[in-house]
Design a protein around this ligand. Structure first.
Ligand code: SAM
Length: 287
């Protein structure tokens, strides 16, 4: 649920958690009802531009680096040698940009259901789309669930599910059957990562269920990495990694330490720290 108050505050209300998040806005830049969702872009006073889908904050200029670096680099530094990468969702292209920083990656296909999101990113978030013309990048606009259904067995090294919340078009991306298909299309040693909502609000619900479903789908190793995200519900978010015949609790620390990528949040130390689960999460995930 969202509203623009008279005094120009954009507010997203998290009814089920009795909380809300507001940003002072100076202008509404875009308001489109696409075939799939309601897309808005605002100029804010202190967070740069803000993208909203169906009333939910997707990203701002100021803090999207946290999410995009944490959904891309932990999984890519955990995989032994990622060459073939697929992103489901991610239409703002911020994740794609981070993946393309890895020189060993030979091909990345991004499948977002809604081309309007990418068009809005091109107009209002130019820094996120700056790698879109990299010859290794392929952008498709289709349902990610269907794309995964039709993909070949054992064909992908890293699968990134950069979706909206598990309602509306993204609902199918959180189902056990979908996770089974993700497992099928990953090569042995392949890893998937999924944005997995708030550690504070969802550890004993969505995250716990996702982890259980990943194990049911055949993944032997699962790890949830929390990180700060000021503009999302509770200000705290997570990604969950799942390995096909490979541990996701260890990563290529030497490579992560030596990287020259110009990153703003991810480092080998941050990765190690994120793997150390706080007790309340460990308890919520206990089987
Ligand atoms: N960082 C964001 C977050 O966690 O709230 C997610 C960013 S990204 C904008 C989410 C994208 O997922 C949207 O562009 C949406 O169109 C896409 N999406 C939702 N359901 C999808 C599906 N079934 N197949 C492909 N893309 C989907």
């Amino acid at each position: 649920m969202s509203e623009l108050r008279d005094d120009q505050w954009f507010t997203e209300v998290f009814d089920s958690h009795g909380s809300a998040f507001s940003l002072k806005v100076s202008e509404k830049l875009l308001d489109v009802q696409s075939e799939y969702q309601h897309l808005e872009v605002y100029a804010t006073e202190t967070y740069g531009n803000l993208m909203v889908l169906d009333g939910c904050v997707m990203l701002t200029d100021r803090d999207n680096f946290l999410y995009h670096e944490m959904i891309a680099h932990p999984v890519l530094f955990t995989h032994a040698d990622p060459k073939r990468v697929v992103i489901i969702g991610g239409g703002d292209c911020g994740t794609l940009k981070e993946v393309l920083r890895h020189e060993g990656v030979e091909k990345v296909t991004q499948i977002d259901i809604d081309e309007e999101v990418t068009k809005a990113a091109e107009r209002f978030f130019p820094s996120l789309v700056e790698s879109n013309h990299d010859p290794r990048a392929e952008l498709l606009f289709a349902d990610g669930v269907k794309w995964v259904d039709e993909a070949e067995d054992d064909s992908i090294d890293v699968l990134i599910i950069d979706s909206t919340d598990p309602v509306g078009p993204a609902e199918g991306l959180f189902k056990t059957d979908f996770l089974k298909r993700c497992h099928r299309i990953l090569k042995p040693g392949g890893i998937m990562v999924q944005q997995s909502e708030s550690p504070l609000y969802h550890s004993d619900s969505i995250i716990r269920e996702l982890r259980g479903d990943m194990k049911k789908a055949g993944f032997e190793s699962v790890a949830t990495l929390p990180f700060p995200q000021p503009v999302y519900p509770s200000g705290w978010w997570s990604v969950t990694l799942a390995g096909k015949g490979v541990s996701v609790e260890r990563f290529r620390e030497e490579a992560a330490t030596a990287t020259q990528m110009p990153l703003q949040y991810y480092t080998a130390e941050v990765h190690r720290g994120a793997l150390a689960l706080p007790p309340f999460m460990r308890q919520a995930f206990a089987e």
